[in-house]
Design a protein around this ligand. Structure first.
Ligand code: ACO
Length: 431
């Protein structure tokens, strides 16, 4: 964090406070308000944290106006085209692209942790047979703290490293098992001769009675979905992981908290909500009705898969995802699928509509990812678990960065209290 030469001056009542400012390597300057309450006796008010930097970080940078997403400086479109998920994981975790030997070592470490403790199978079996895979994942990932005691001491760098590798390695196994359980099929064990994405596809689609041949184009598309979701700086679920870990909680509990936050339809749950919305619209002639509802202030309905808190130009991940969607649909020969027709037409109409143009609402990554995952054969309930699987590395990278941050403090926001002031308790017979 470099001191900028600027100072912000805040004056109110008879006070004048001089607040230090810092310049990031790229992006807007920040005003340091940490001493504001001590010196001025006031808080800042920023529900939804639209103007608040909660930490300093060197992992991911987003320029929402330019539509740019950089991981350790590398643009997401180059990573999606030239790299692959496990290499991006290494980059996020350790800060640099790996050498050939480093990558090989990392891949081998991840591959050798793909199985979960056999006793965890019993834990899965405790869920209702039709449990949503996200519900199962929140529980199972949290329960990892009960199964892997040797990697919960956050003050030990070696244990932190083992926990990180375990989470990245086991998440596809856990997501695939959650899926298999929800459809009443037997669990499929990981196969370590397959790459990360192919192994996941096989664990989801293979059955003991019939093996699953992984198509390399689908595996590449799967890997690209993972890559595009790997990290996204201080979004809601990542901030949840950071807040949970700020108390010193173990990594498995913190990642479970991130999964829970991601589930909501305004965040990672949007991919499921988007495809369900496309199906509900059903036919192209009904699109105007839904566009009208999205614009109606008195109707809470929103076009799922449109809009983003940070991207106000376009979502660079959506651009790559759209291209990937075309490749997958082409490979699978899907052209006249009614959901796809609705999606294409909705995208066209929304992009030309003044309401969406003025509010800078563009299709986000979830708009296209659902279309690809649907074409691959995943039910909508698996869309968010796949997002959680992919985002695990981002959560872990941010968590690791935070644990060694000398400025680490427990996260504890303040509030603008608008409730009753002091009053004495009244006995029930006197109320
Ligand atoms: N459909 C219709 N109108 C919308 C939409 C939408 N999808 N998104 C935002 N708006 C409107 C709002 O009504 C608001 O209008 P107003 O200024 O007249 O009140 C304006 O655009 C700004 O919206 P906010 O809610 O203030 O924007 P915010 O940054 O808080 O929300 C969010 C961003 C949550 C992503 C929102 O756009 C949304 O709900 N989108 C649909 C859900 C979705 O696709 N989420 C996925 C996000 S990407 C991800 O998590 C990977």
């Amino acid at each position: 964090m470099a001191d900028s030469n600027k100072t912000a001056i805040l004056s109110f009542d008879d006070k004048e406070l001089r607040l230090p400012m810092y310049s990031p390597t790229v992006g807007p300057d920040v005003i340091d308000i940490r001493k504001l309450y001590a010196q001025g006796g006031v808080f800042t008010y920023d529900p939804g944290f639209t103007s608040t930097a909660s930490c300093d970080s060197t992992i991911t940078y987003i320029d929402g106006d330019k539509g740019e997403l950089l991981h350790r400086g590398y643009p997401i479109d180059q990573l999606a085209e030239k790299s692959h998920y496990l290499e991006v994981c290494y980059l996020l975790l350790y800060g640099e692209l790996p050498s050939g030997a480093e990558l090989e070592d990392f891949e081998s470490r991840v591959t050798n942790h793909t199985m979960i403790h056999e006793q965890m199978h019993m834990f899965f079996r405790g869920f209702r047979r039709d449990a949503h895979p996200m519900a199962t994942m929140v529980g199972v990932v949290g329960a990892m703290s009960a199964f892997y005691h040797d990697s919960t001491d956050i003050s030990d760098p070696w244990q932190r490293e083992v926990a990180s590798i375990r989470l990245i390695a086991k998440m596809p196994t856990i997501a695939a098992m959650a899926y298999k359980y929800s459809i009443g099929q037997p669990f499929v064990y990981p196969r370590n001769d397959l790459d990360y994405a192919s192994n996941f596809l096989r664990m989801c689609f293979s059955v003991p009675a019939e093996d699953y041949e992984v198509n390399p184009i689908l595996s590449r598309a799967m890997d690209r979905i993972f890559t595009l979701h790997a990290d996204h700086e201080q979004n809601a679920s990542t901030s949840t992981v950071r807040l949970a870990s700020s108390s010193g909680a173990n990594p498995f509990a913190c990642i479970a908290a991130g999964i829970a936050c991601l589930w909501g339809p305004a965040h990672g749950g949007a991919n499921q909500a988007c495809l369900e919305m496309l199906r509900e619209i059903g036919t192209v002639d009904r699109i105007p009705e839904y566009i009208a509802r999205a614009k109606d202030k008195d109707d809470p309905f929103r076009l799922m898969g449109f809009g983003h808190r940070v991207y106000k130009n376009f979502d660079p991940r959506a651009k790559v995802m759209k291209q990937s969607a075309d490749e997958v649909l082409d490979l699978l020969g899907i052209e006249n699928n009614p959901t796809l027709q609705v999606a294409k037409q909705l995208e066209k109409i929304a992009l030309e509509d003044p309401y969406f143009i003025e509010k800078k609402l563009y299709p986000n990554v979830d708009f296209y990812s659902g279309i690809i995952l649907d074409a691959m054969g995943f039910p909508t309930a698996m869309f968010t678990p796949i997002f959680a699987l992919a985002r695990t590395v981002g959560w872990i990278s941010q968590w690791k960065e935070m644990i060694v941050d000398p400025q680490l403090k427990i996260g504890r926001p303040r509030q603008l209290y608008m409730g009753e002031t002091y009053r004495d308790y009244v006995n029930v017979e006197d109320r």
